[in-house]
Write a protein of this length. Structure first.
Length: 254
């Protein structure tokens, strides 16, 4: 009950944030531009529209998660409302979980809005609906849930600007983790190789949620891979939320 109340209040606050609608506007602009790019480009126009559309949902969804997530805790501290909240019979983990779920709900609604507009633009070009696109969008949403947890972790101990930079770095590293694997193969055995292996295990592999290429080029996606990616996202997100709770519990606001 307490978690749902905090989640509801977080959602109400988030939907009033102008940044949310500014990012939605740019996402819609990218969808419209993708159609014109498809008309001007020689080749498979539909693939270009799909590629740009899915990339836009991923990019602007990620920006929403980071820019809003990194201020979740800081705003409460800055406005001194954190003292009022924690003075009530509420646990700190309930406060954080409520904040997380409220923002996830916001991200979900914005992802649905972007997806509907994207599918309409695509339909106006092809006059068909390819339902497998929804699969790619679903896993983009799973990635956004994980990135929201990342932003929440950093928001528990630093300012929104630094938390945004850290979250962005986390995102970039997550999509370039394949380069670590290549580096491990090239480095000879020793301390350096061991460190790289540890980093490869600890750092996220966000490419697990990237099925844009398969959907755009209509390639088969193994069901087993979908299950592994979902489980990976669930476990990593749970780990990040636990980490955020542990950091927040140790923080002194006096």
């Amino acid at each position: 009950m307490k978690v749902s109340t905090i989640a509801s209040n977080t959602f109400k606050e988030a939907k009033r944030d102008r940044v949310l609608y500014l990012l939605l506007f740019f996402a819609i602009l990218c969808f419209l531009l993708s159609r014109f790019l498809g008309l001007l480009t020689v080749g498979d126009r539909v693939k270009i529209i799909k590629d740009v559309g899915l990339a836009s949902i991923s990019l602007f969804g990620m920006l929403m998660a980071i820019l809003m997530g990194t201020g979740l805790v800081y705003k409460e501290i800055d406005k001194k409302t954190i003292f009022t909240l924690l003075a009530k019979p509420i646990h700190r983990w309930e406060f954080l979980l409520g904040k997380y779920l409220g923002l996830v709900l916001t991200i979900f609604i914005m992802t649905v809005l972007m997806s509907v507009i994207f599918l309409v633009v695509l339909f106006l070009h092809t006059f068909t609906i390819e339902w497998n696109i929804l699969l790619a969008i679903l896993y983009i949403f799973f990635e956004l849930c994980l990135m929201t947890a990342v932003a929440l972790v950093f928001s528990t101990f630093t300012t929104p600007i630094l938390a945004s930079l850290y979250s962005l770095a986390f995102y970039l590293i997550g999509h370039l983790s394949w380069s670590l694997e290549l580096l491990i193969k090239k480095v000879k055995s020793g301390g350096g190789r061991a460190i790289l292996k540890v980093l490869y295990v600890i750092l996220p592999d966000l490419e697990n949620f990237n099925f844009k290429t398969e959907v755009v080029h209509q390639l088969p996606i193994p069901t087993k891979l979908l299950g592994i990616s979902f489980a990976y996202g669930l476990v990593y997100t749970a780990f990040l939320l636990l980490l955020a709770i542990l950091i927040f519990r140790r923080r002194d606001f006096i």
